[in-house]
Design a protein around this ligand. Sequence first.
Ligand code: FPP
Ligand code: MG
Length: 329
Amino acid sequence: MEPHVANVGIATIQEPVRGELDQAFDRLQSIATADFPLIDDVNAHLQRRKGKMFRPTLLLLSARSAGTLTEREIVLSAIVELIHLATLIHDDSVDHSVLRRGQPSVNAQFSHEIAVIMGDYLYSRAIHELVLLDAREPLRIMSRVTNELTVGEMREVVAHDFLDFSEDDYEQLIQAKTASLMSGACEIGALVSGDTYREPLKRFGRYLGMAFQITDDLLDYTESEAVTGKPAAQDLREHKITLPLIAALPNMTAAERAQVEALMAHPDPSDDLIATVIHAVDQRGGIAAAREAARAFALRAEVELACLAPSPAKDALLAGIAYAIARRH
Ligand code: FPP
Ligand code: MG
């Protein structure tokens, strides 16, 4: 069964909170500003490419569909995006990735040292802002989430044995590194309803995040750099084991497994070897299985929204599910 909403672009999903989202972006810029030239050079570099603002969109739509959206939620959504940005800066440094959002990553444009410090700077600015807001529950949620993010990143760093990395391990990893923040964004938005919608929206964000990350991992197999704004097949190049490979492995021939083994053993696998493994993963059903897994999480996300009263914001959250699994970048 397909989630029953049509495929739409991010701009349509953002429609019910367009004005608030623009304010959140302005707010994000002013929170990030520092009285220090190098930090502002990095800020200027980062702000050249805005990003999809998907997490603040989730927070604002959750708030609007659960109750009344106020100035406080706008600031909270800016904080969530800042934390996301900080994690991406660190992640690109950890991954040695040179491209993000179609432009050089901070580690590539500046240095790894600057990427580490800038990630810390933005993260600490975000936390400071939460304290200034006196936002106790959001602070509780975000401190748990950021802790989970770091453990997720650590899980990924050590996950290199492709024969010993199960689908369960993978789910635990993407829960920690992606679903946790989306879930936290939705939960913070839902706080406008007290506890009424808190748990269902928290779960919605989690399932949506799982579907979103599985799709992200699929795009690494299926799309070019020109489409995603990130290097193609970067995961395999870095020996990252994601669902398409995990699902295909049991169906592979001994020769195909040997090619996977060769790729994983090579510090800098050739484009040919990568293309061969991608082909085998597709042939052995890995791409189809990952698509199916994303769809299954999307359906679970949809079920969680049933408790909300009809509204344009709820429709946009539903459309967000379709976006998470149908996007190409
Ligand atoms: C991207 O994964 C990684 C994350 C979203 C999590 C990164 C988390 C940290 C670096 C630790 C927490 C840091 C702070 C500041 C609290 P990916 O490499 O699969 O995605 P990509 O393809 O977009 O690079
Ligand atoms: Mg990365």
